[in-house]
Ligand binder design. Structure first.
Ligand code: HEM
Length: 348
């Protein structure tokens, strides 16, 4: 049923009458939002999506691993202080992506801060203060991204030049849209990847033997992250807006209807994942909906999973003994969030 909705041509990612949420209309954040492939359908989506997909797929896994290990180790918390761990969980993925894009080490702290401030305005519960801080952050990110694009060395092989090359090859020529979607790579990395890392730490803390099982497998960290994405999805749901009459799963839907797709529940459909309540590292034919399906499927899945697995391995190399993690009660950034920023079901 979830797959059917994702495949349906009658469903869109935004309501026709409100392509940009009213709270963001006229703000720099709203301008960015209006270009995001995540928030558009049709021709405004397809070309940019192809370019982003190709550019992300071209990053060598070994490069992501090396940069993640560097970022994760440099900032690894030296104690199990929940606040320090939380900062590390959130900052590591975004530091890796900003580094892959081509930002210098000096700029990364500011990029992390602006991304955090920008993302905070994408909630229906954002306060006027958050909206105004996000406006400044969005304007800063836009200006930094423009400068980076303008100063690209043709011989460099960073993500920003790869996006630019792919954009040219698919005929995506709108500079404002390219900049907005480069910012989108940062914002879409931020909470979801932190949620994946946080939920994996929770899985380890709750299962006394799991860390040992991870360590005996050659791909133990990758399996841990993949099963976490199924068992405890960092993105709980997304939504679709019906634009023409259709029938899905025997249910008639009229234009204007909103469909809430609970990805976390789809991950636990026994037809897709037998033995669904068991956390299994080596689950055969694992079926995961957390990264969406169909035309809007996440192009950052492989990147996110590699960052999470490498960061966790760096953390546990630095932080063991194991016993200290077991039953660890800290308020880690265990996220059950909605990727659709205007859903009301985000429960940190
Ligand atoms: C654990 C981490 C992540 C999760 C769980 C996640 C999940 C998702 C989901 C569910 C969607 C589609 C929502 C929908 O269909 O309504 C999506 C879209 C997207 N994600 Fe991710 N994501 C993650 C990390 C990333 C990263 C690291 C990047 C890039 C650096 C990224 C880039 C994107 C983009 C560009 C889209 C829009 C695709 C489109 O609409 O065609 N994501 N993601």
């Amino acid at each position: 049923m979830v797959s059917e909705v994702f495949a349906s041509q009658a469903c869109r990612v935004r309501p026709v009458a409100e392509p940009v949420p009213a709270t963001l209309d006229g703000l720099p954040a709203g301008e960015i939002f209006s270009h995001l492939v995540r928030m558009t359908d049709g021709s405004r989506h397809d070309q940019p999506k192809l370019a982003l997909e190709r550019a992300l797929a071209a990053i060598p896994t070994s490069e992501v691993e090396a940069r993640t290990r560097h970022a994760a180790t440099r900032a690894v918390p030296t104690s199990l202080d929940p606040a320090a761990l939380n900062t590390w969980v959130f900052d590591t993925p975004i530091a890796v992506v900003s580094n892959l894009l081509g930002f210098s080490a000096d700029e990364q702290l500011a990029i992390v801060d602006w991304t955090r401030q920008f993302v905070a305005c994408l909630s229906p519960l954002s306060t006027p203060e958050q909206l105004s801080t996000a406006s400044v952050a969005a304007a800063q990110l836009r200006s930094r991204m423009h400068s980076l694009l303008d100063s690209i060395d043709p011989d460099s092989d960073n993500l920003i030049s790869s996006v630019q090359d792919q954009a040219a090859s698919v005929g995506w020529v709108d500079n404002a849209s390219i900049v907005a979607n480069l910012i989108g790579l940062l914002s879409q990395t931020y909470e979801a990847t932190a949620g994946l890392i946080g939920n994996a730490i929770v899985a380890l803390a709750r299962r006394p033997t799991l860390l040992g099982e991870v360590r005996v497998l050659t791909d133990g960290w990758e399996q841990l992250v993949h099963e976490t994405s199924r068992y405890d999805s960092p993105v709980q749901n997304t939504r679709r807006f019906v634009v023409k009459p259709t029938t899905i799963g025997g249910v008639d839907l009229a234009p204007g209807a909103v469909v809430l797709l609970v990805l976390a529940a789809a991950n636990r459909d026994s037809h897709q994942n037998p033995d669904l309540e068991r956390f299994r590292l080596e689950r055969p034919d694992r079926c995961v909906f957390s990264f969406s399906r169909g035309g809007h499927a996440c192009p950052g899945e492989a990147l996110a999973r590699t960052i999470a697995a490498t960061a966790l391995s760096a953390l546990f190399d630095a932080q063991c003994p194991t016993a200290r993690w077991q039953g660890w009660p800290g308020p880690i950034s265990r996220r059950r969030m909605a990727i659709c920023p205007f859903s009301t079901t985000s429960t940190p």
